[in-house]
Design a protein around this ligand. Structure first.
Ligand code: NDP
Ligand code: MG
Length: 392
């Protein structure tokens, strides 16, 4: 029986993964090693009971008593805290979903690779902050990383049987987010609730806000570079309001292969779960006759400054991805807490990168995860300082 673990099981990706696992036989088809969550321990316990997990882990120590209570009588172990997450990743499994949100997802996924696991990677921050380390660790242990981000799953599928040297361009699409059609002068007053509604995809709150600011696509451009080794000048972004074409790969003979489907993450998750097979999945089928017209346009750099910042990050490379992501997470926390406005997020990230590039080791390659965590902490400190001094 295939051994599986799900990190971030209670989130949007985690719930879709749970849904597919249950539909594909649940505990009679999979031996569930570990399920992890954050504050939603009641839900974590329900999932752990349904899949008969060996252990359930909450990221927060203070949530442990409630988790224990919810698991009482089940025989399922309970644990809490970042060290327990690593310990859970150390329990060998054949397939692991990495779906914790933010830089917190890096360490458990990285640890799992040492067991030669197949890592289904939704946590794009892992590749943005530590791409070369992660890919080298996978190669060292003969582990496999499968992309779960819809655009990257689409590129992966479009490249099946193709030679990377024949690729001219890779285009990822963006819905344009909640404010795609807003007049620019209204963006400064955009509220958290407004930024948290996505036109096409149902996702966690943080990635939904990142879609409105296009920071999500900025992370995905870097993710494309790190996962596929495609050079930055070959990577394009197109705004595609219908979100039916997820990515397009252009080849040197002038042909393009596009990957299409309804916007439902269970496609990409199910693809990674069943790879190299294609299983029947419970996603709606795309009917192009009723879909109407498909629209594409270049992103407006004034509306979406995050995309230019991603280009700068790829030019510097080294630890710049870790700094970029950490500054973005700090700015996002501040926006959600009502401390800064929507458009200030990009200014905070830009100012943080400027300050860091003045002296620090931004361009140095990371030699260990500790390097990455140090840069992450430094960038958060600088971003907080910038916001405290109201420089943006
Ligand atoms: P959610 O916010 O919905 O879920 C995040 C999960 O991580 C929850 O299980 C949450 O627990 C847990 N969690 C939160 N903080 C921590 C922490 N500090 N340590 C450990 N666990 C934590 O996120 P999504 O499912 O939307 O996204 C997950 C990842 O997948 C992100 O990296 C995102 O960019 C990526 N992704 C998501 C897509 C989507 O459609 N949602 C699409 C493509 C990529 P709890 O809720 O119990 O507190
Ligand atoms: Mg995506």
């Amino acid at each position: 029986m295939r051994r599986i673990s799900v990190f971030g099981a209670t989130g949007s990706i985690g719930e879709s993964t749970f849904d597919l696992l249950m539909r594909q036989g649940g505990p009679s088809a999979y031996r569930t090693v570990a399920l992890t969550g954050g504050r939603n321990v009641a839900r974590l316990a329900v999932q752990a009971r349904a899949l008969r997990a060996e252990i359930a882990v909450t990221a927060h120590d203070e949530c442990l008593p409630l988790l224990r209570e919810a698991l009482a009588g089940s025989g399922i172990e309970a644990a809490a805290g970042p060290a327990a997450l690593i310990e859970a990743a150390d329990r060998p499994a054949d397939w692991i979903m990495s779906a914790i949100v933010g830089a917190a997802g890096l360490a458990p996924g990285f640890r799992a690779l040492r067991h030669g696991t197949t890592l289904a990677l939704a946590n794009k921050e892992s590749l943005v902050t530590a791409g070369p380390l992660l890919m080298a660790e996978a190669a060292r242990h003969d582990a496999r990383i499968l992309p779960v981000d819809s655009e990257h799953s689409a590129i992966f599928q479009s490249l099946l049987g193709e030679d990377l040297s024949a690729v001219e361009t890779v285009t990822i699409t963006a819905s344009g987010g909640a404010f795609r059609d807003w007049p620019l002068d209204r963006l400064a007053g955009a509220t958290v609730a407004q930024a948290s509604t996505h036109p096409n995809w149902a996702m966690g709150q943080r990635i939904t806000i990142d879609s409105a600011s296009m920071f999500n696509k900025a992370l995905e451009v870097i993710e494309t570079r790190e996962y596929f080794g495609i050079s930055p000048d070959q990577i394009r972004v197109l705004v595609h309001p219908e979100s039916l074409v997820h990515a397009l790969v252009g080849f040197r003979d002038g042909g393009m292969i596009a990957h299409m489907g309804m916007p439902d993450m269970r496609h990409a998750i199910g693809y990674a779960l069943n790879w190299p097979d294609r299983a029947r999945l419970p996603v709606a089928r795309l009917d192009l006759a009723t879909a109407g017209s498909l629209n594409f346009h270049n992103p407006d750099p004034v509306r979406y400054p995050a995309l230019d910042l991603a280009r700068q990050v790829m030019d510097i490379r080294g630890l710049a991805g870790a700094a970029f992501n950490a500054a973005k997470e700090s700015a996002l926390d501040a926006f959600v807490a009502g401390r800064i406005g929507f458009i200030a997020m990009a200014s905070v990230v830009e100012a943080t990168l400027t300050q860091l590039s003045a002296g620090s080791a931004l361009g140095n390659p990371a030699t260990s995860l500790d390097n990455v965590f140090q840069m992450d902490a430094e960038a958060r400190r600088i971003a907080e300082g910038i916001m405290a001094e109201r420089k943006v």
